[in-house]
Design a protein around this ligand. Structure first.
Ligand SMILES: N[C@@H](CCC(=O)N[C@@H](CS)C(=O)NCC(=O)O)C(=O)O
Length: 255
């Protein structure tokens, strides 16, 4: 069973998703994933970075996350080398030789490049969205903002998630605090049948993801679709369950 503190954490994370109106839940039915993973220098608790990650879920796009928490050291040197400063969010897309800072610039680039449209207002850097994203960070007590002492993994981890997922957020926060790079695989919700928690989907009957989707592939591999799901190639291990993942990250990577 989950400890009480984890249940409180997930309830608080659910409230945090509500303060962002559950943006970063559903995403494109068709995705164009480029050959190379775009890299996002990111801070989980940063209100502007959150808007970019919501856009990534909306586009159902996977990226490599290089976490840059305040007080951290691991990715600030490479960030400074590409951007000339230490501001996040910052995107490097080797597929198009693009390097960009600023949430709105990044969001517009991603929509133009990977969907061929302008971003919708709800996913843009408007004053309203910034205020509500600040509120989300506040509700979370600034988790996922400051670095904690950690051991660097040799290879990046892989996290299956979607931005608003209340169970996945605490895992992303810990990955950020521990400065662990990871491939973020967005399993955005693409249809009504995908909605709800894994064990009580809102759709009745057998769960069938969209044919040809990442979700269908995940179901074929694991027999269920549930996030967060963490893969650690450094210890040849993979696991479901947010509480277990948090314990695992602390055991192996926190100093
Ligand atoms: N007990 C699990 C619950 C995970 C869970 O229900 N996750 C939701 C998303 S927040 C999910 O996978 N829903 C099904 C889906 O997205 O298809 C945990 O703590 O990780």
């Amino acid at each position: 069973m989950f400890p009480d503190s984890h249940i409180r954490n997930v309830i608080n994370s659910t409230l945090a998703s509500t303060t962002r109106f559950w943006r970063g839940t559903s995403g494109s039915r068709k995705t164009r994933q480029p050959a190379q993973l775009p890299v996002l220098y990111d801070r989980e608790g940063c209100p502007k970075c959150r808007l970019v990650r919501e856009a990534l879920t909306e586009l159902n796009l996977d990226v490599m996350i290089y976490p840059c928490p305040e007080g951290g050291s691991r990715f600030f040197t490479p960030l400074e080398a590409v951007s000339g400063n230490t501001q996040v969010p910052y995107l490097v897309d080797a597929n198009t030789d693009t390097e960009l800072g600023g949430a709105q610039e990044i969001i517009e680039y991603l929509f133009q490049e990977y969907r061929g449209t302008q971003p919708p207002k709800e996913i843009s850097e408007t004053a309203f969205n910034l205020v509500s994203s600040h509120l989300t960070t506040w509700v979370r007590g600034n988790k996922g903002t400051r670095a904690k002492a950690s051991v660097a993994p040799e290879k990046p981890l892989v996290l299956y998630s979607f931005e608003s997922s209340p169970f996945s957020r605490p895992v992303r926060e810990r990955l950020c605090e521990l400065e662990i790079p990871y491939q973020l695989v967005n399993l955005s919700k693409q249809q009504w049948a995908d909605m709800g928690p894994a064990v009580h989907r809102l759709h009745l009957g057998k769960y069938r993801p969209l044919p040809g989707s990442k979700r269908e592939h995940f179901l074929q591999q694991h027999g269920e679709v549930q996030v967060p799901y963490l893969v650690d190639p450094n210890h040849q291990t993979a696991m479901f369950e947010s509480a277990r993942i948090l314990r695992y990250l602390d055991d192996y990577y926190a100093k």
